[in-house]
Design a protein around this ligand. Structure first.
Ligand code: SF4
Ligand code: SF4
Length: 445
């Protein structure tokens, strides 16, 4: 097993980590998908409002890759199709039937998997709706099935506050995990499976599969960071990546022979009344995950982690990729005499607040404590960047439209972790600028 020690990064000491308790919720009445939240996909609708669908029916395909379908996470009727700005496909809502039906594809036994050739396996994963869970660096777009990547990186630990704990989602399911890895082994010549030292207690159970052990603060175990710290040649830059829980989705398809819908979601953050893991299904409504006390409080809902997640409304649905719902109190409530308070409980990277002396976990809210101003060349963004690019210089290259220099500074190595934006005392949205520049470069704008 190879050890990787990542020095740069930052572990935000915030409260709201989900307990390892797993709650099973009653089934929702509806499920939904948000096609416009899937990066780089131009959806073409394959159903109309009012049509019946089964679990695994094709809802839409990508216009540029019609061979990759996106399947229905529920069986029932397409109740509503909601368009966003410029006719983007925002939401598809499925009202669930009392007895849901599924599209059956046929399951794979270890022997049939062994005998299947790579192209047939790819076709099976695409038709079974799980191909989009495999993505590729450096843009995090859906893996191109027409290439063979130099490696596939599986990341079990995600240190971003707050993501599902692998000890929870893998509990009693190591066989499923091994089945998922067997599938991945047929897709690429090299499989890299990483575990962070924080989750070392999983090692005895998974010792057969872990190839790299990672240490260091967030985002040390991010697959993009692992790639940068292990690459030997330029072809490694286009590695495929997949999270540990999504490996279980591949295995779920192979085992059941139908589109797998079960998901463990981490409900977390200082705004969650009871941070915990929830066993639920793909496309569950956000407000179905919130208890009554949380619904009545003034919280912001984030699908995903604190640094990389997206703000959502309680009326939205959990998307294809996020596996956590982070709730944080809105910071728009004025503190009485806030300007003279020392900030003993305000999480901050800088030493501006007295919280630097507070070793307990602190409640994060949405307050950014100040407005945007010019860069003061403090170097904090460079200090935390896990792939040691120079975020402030790359940002200036982007502003000057100097793509060549931005690339030379390592733009494509950016793993979009969001730490540079968080630590910047000038409130410059570095991560958003770098991510937008990467996406423009991908599209050839
Ligand atoms: S430049 Fe990219 S990788 Fe570096 S800290 Fe910022 S978001 Fe993270
Ligand atoms: S953290 Fe912000 S202010 Fe400091 S060097 Fe980076 S961009 Fe400039």
């Amino acid at each position: 097993m190879i050890s990787i020690s990542v020095k740069n990064g930052y572990q935000l000491p915030v409260e709201g980590e989900p307990s390892t308790e797993v709650d099973r919720l009653p089934p929702p009445i509806r499920v939904g998908v948000h096609p416009d939240a899937i990066p780089f996909v131009k959806p073409r609708l394959m159903v109309k409002a009012g049509e019946p669908v089964s679990i695994g029916s094709v809802l839409f395909v990508d216009k540029t890759r019609p061979d990759i379908p996106f399947l229905s996470p529920g069986g029932g009727t397409v109740e509503e199709i909601v368009y966003g700005p410029r006719r983007s496909l925002h939401t598809m809502v499925i009202r669930l039937a009392d007895h849901e039906t599924s599209v059956h594809l046929g399951s794979l036994t270890p022997v049939s998997l062994q005998q299947m050739d790579r192209q047939d396996l790819i076709a099976y994963l695409k038709t079974g709706g799980v191909w989009p869970f495999i993505r590729q660096l450096p843009y995090y777009d859906i893996a191109d099935p027409d290439i063979t990547p130099a490696s596939i990186i599986v990341s079990l630990s995600d240190l971003e506050p707050f993501q599902p704990d692998p000890r929870v989602y893998l509990k009693s399911r190591p066989d499923m995990f091994y089945l998922g890895l067997d599938i991945l082994k047929k897709l690429g010549p090299k499989l890299v499976v990483t575990l962070h030292t924080r989750h070392n207690d999983l090692l005895p159970e998974l010792s057969r599969s872990i190839t790299h052990q990672v240490s260091g603060p967030y985002p040390a175990s991010h697959p993009g960071v692992v790639m940068v710290h292990t690459r030997n040649r330029s072809s490694d830059n286009r590695a495929w990546i997949i999270s540990g829980q999504d490996v279980l989705m591949l295995a779920g398809l192979a085992q059941a022979g139908s589109y797998p819908i079960e998901r463990i979601i981490a409900l977390a953050g200082a705004g969650a009344a009871e941070p915990k893991h929830i066993l639920t299904r793909n496309g569950v409504p956000i407000d179905h995950l919130m208890d009554q006390r949380t619904k009545n409080s003034h919280v912001r809902c984030i699908a995903g982690g604190l640094f990389t997640g997206a703000r959502v409304s309680p009326k939205d649905f959990m998307g294809v990729y996020p596996t956590s719902l982070t709730l944080i109190p809105e910071g728009d409530v004025r503190e009485f005499l806030g300007f003279v308070r020392p900030g003993f409980k305000k999480p901050s990277y800088s030493r501006t607040f007295l919280s630097v002396f507070n070793k307990s976990l602190l409640p994060a809210d949405t307050n950014v404590h100040g407005g945007k101003r010019a860069c003061i060349a403090c170097g904090a963004c460079t200090e935390v960047c896990p792939v040691t690019i120079l975020p402030q210089l790359t940002y200036k290259n982007i502003l000057a439209n100097d793509v060549e220099m931005a690339l030379a500074h390592g733009l494509l190595d950016c793993v979009e972790c969001g730490l540079c934006s968080y630590v910047c005392p000038s409130k410059i949205e570095l991560k958003d600028a770098l991510k937008a520049a990467k996406q423009a470069y991908y599209r050839g704008d």
